[in-house]
Design a protein around this ligand. Sequence first.
Ligand SMILES: Nc1ncnc2c1ncn2[C@@H]1O[C@H](COP(=O)(O)OP(=O)(O)OP(=O)(O)O)[C@@H](O)[C@H]1O
Ligand SMILES: *[C@@H]1O[C@H](CO)[C@@H](O)[C@H](O)[C@H]1NC(C)=O
Ligand SMILES: *[C@@H]1O[C@H](CO)[C@@H](O)[C@H](O)[C@H]1NC(C)=O
Ligand SMILES: [Mg+2]
Length: 266
Amino acid sequence: MKLGRATLGLLLLAPLAVRAVEPISLGLALAGVLTGYISYPRLYCLFAECCSQKRSLSREALQKDLDSKLFGQHLAKKVILNAVAGFISNPKPKKPLTLSLHGWTGTGKNFVSKIIAENIYEGGLNSDYVHLFVATLHFPHASNITLYKDQLQLWIRGNVSACARSIFIFDEMDKMHAGLIDAIKPFLDYYELVDRVSYQKAIFIFLSNAGAERITDVALDFWRSGKQREDIKLKDMEHALSVSVFNNKNKIADTTQKQTKLASHV
Ligand SMILES: Nc1ncnc2c1ncn2[C@@H]1O[C@H](COP(=O)(O)OP(=O)(O)OP(=O)(O)O)[C@@H](O)[C@H]1O
Ligand SMILES: *[C@@H]1O[C@H](CO)[C@@H](O)[C@H](O)[C@H]1NC(C)=O
Ligand SMILES: *[C@@H]1O[C@H](CO)[C@@H](O)[C@H](O)[C@H]1NC(C)=O
Ligand SMILES: [Mg+2]
């Protein structure tokens, strides 16, 4: 009832105000009100892309995207859906989301990361809040590793300061220098703040071919023994991966094994 009376009050006041104010200044006042509304974050974000997710990520939409666009990959699908939807809906995550996608070339690792990015930001990979690093492209020279390290840490810090919900995708992790992997490590942990910046809402996605041979082996074993591909459980893969990834000399395993949701690609 209170609301009703307030609206009524406004309506009653309006004609008086119009009479009292000249048309031009009224126009200015109106413009003022409008820009006031537009700079109000939520309304503004209807017209331009904003940090924080578009709308709020819809689990259903992500599931539909994964089901309709991504062929096979039942393990990855399930892990990704639960991990991403769960993380985004958590108002106070204790650590950033780290996803590590392993698999042979052409299994859809980049494809999946694109789908994830698009479900969080309208602009997908082109969004200001999504950052793609390709080891061989952005950090090619082993001799300049110290430079890359400092640069990468500054970038991550700068971008997360500007937008807590930043997404970082690291492609070709298996070709990334171990020193650079170490540089990312501090951001992935359970720290409340690192140098006064909180990384807990950020998303890190690592793509690599490491472990691919073992994944194929497991899939082949299943096929040979007449089982369905869909019967492969994540635990079958986790074992295979923890062996092969640890044996890889650029050990991503060290960084992410404990904290990463392994989304194997078979
Ligand atoms: N599971 C899949 N479902 C649908 N399309 C797929 C799938 N896997 C691959 N593709 C198609 O193949 C293309 C290449 O896949 P993508 O670039 O994601 O491979 P990748 O795993 O990143 O390989 P690489 O290790 O060589 O980088 C994608 O653009 C996509 O169109
Ligand atoms: C390393 O960085 C320095 C300074 O930016 C640059 O001059 C040099 O060419 C780089 N070395 C290589 C191998 O790229
Ligand atoms: C954010 O990351 C990009 C690389 O993706 C970099 O060019 C840019 O300088 C970073 N922004 C800040 C504020 O550090
Ligand atoms: Mg790729």
